[in-house]
Design a binder for this molecule. Sequence first.
Ligand SMILES: Cc1cc2nc3c(=O)[nH]c(=O)nc-3n(C[C@H](O)[C@H](O)[C@H](O)COP(=O)(O)OP(=O)(O)OC[C@H]3O[C@@H](n4cnc5c(N)ncnc54)[C@H](O)[C@@H]3O)c2cc1C
Length: 332
Amino acid sequence: MDPTEQTTDVLVIGAGMAGLIAAAELQRAGRRVVVLDKSRGVGGRLASRRFDGATFDHGAQFITTRDPRFAAVLEQGRQDGAMEEWFRGFAGAADGHARWRGKPAMSAVAKHLALGLDLLLEMPVVALRQAGDRWRAETTTGRTFTAGAVVLTPPVPQSLALLDAGGIVVAPEMRARLAAIKYERCLAVMAVLDGPSHIPPPGGLAPADGPIAWIADNQLKGISAEPAVTIHATHAFSLEHWERDRQESGRALLGAAAEWLGAGVKTFQVHGWRYSKPMRVDEEPCVLVSQSPPLVLAGDAFAGPRVEGAALSGWAAAAAILTKHEDSLRAS
Ligand SMILES: Cc1cc2nc3c(=O)[nH]c(=O)nc-3n(C[C@H](O)[C@H](O)[C@H](O)COP(=O)(O)OP(=O)(O)OC[C@H]3O[C@@H](n4cnc5c(N)ncnc54)[C@H](O)[C@@H]3O)c2cc1C
């Protein structure tokens, strides 16, 4: 057997919320599942970073839920020590609706969901091809993965690029529908301060205007030992500054945040989210691109532009794969 080639029942591409939920559900249903992610860690946009003694959530800031099934996942995470409630409404405007955070930071939520999965990191898929009644994923590492079904969870433009690279033809109507899914961009500044910030409890706020969409105090949030803020620029600012020098854009955002910083900036880093949040969500919770062999697109662009939406899409993708798999067993 070629050691660079691995075969499984279902291949899940992407270890963000959608991919992890889909993989766990398929595994629970008795399928052999392999999850591949290009990054060094799990979580995708559920992201945390550490530098100079400080910890930052620089992607999703909090998790909300309306769906009882997802609420049960959060509750289990709380019982297992990977999550806790952060706040219920902004300063002076409590609304009683729980906002959850990861413990010690947001990436812990994904790490918790990844337990028990067959997961390979630093495994960027560059093309997906059909090989008879199976799918074959090629990675930059030279390893290939063959599976009877695939769940693709990268942001939609990236998923379409993988299909194009493997010569998979998507019906024109469906392609137009998928190509219409656009995402906001977000420049995220992470700054270590030399003293406490002026951001009021609970440690996060969304300014009404200006270039800042969100600013949070990671120390007040309870995830950073050192005073540390995360600033998310608006889509308009991020788009305008995308090609510009990141340090310069970071300094501009820190300048705009002066009233909330209240302390000196020791160091800062800037991360660019090209696909931050989908601007519109597809009408289906996942999209079956191919019935046989099954190939499903999932992620927050399908069931809601937030962490909960990604989870719901992951479940929908797993259900679609299981239905198709049963059909093919009946047919054979
Ligand atoms: C700045 C920011 C703030 C946000 N704030 C909130 C918030 O407060 N609350 C909220 O609910 N939501 C928030 N969101 C949205 C939320 O993070 C997303 O909706 C959710 O995490 C998306 O999950 P996903 O699994 O669909 O996608 P992702 O998390 O993007 O997962 C996709 C995965 O695919 C992997 N991948 C991509 N291409 C390849 C490839 N070729 N090969 C292998 N792997 C690949 C990526 O590495 C990634 O891990 C925020 C997002 C951002 C960026």
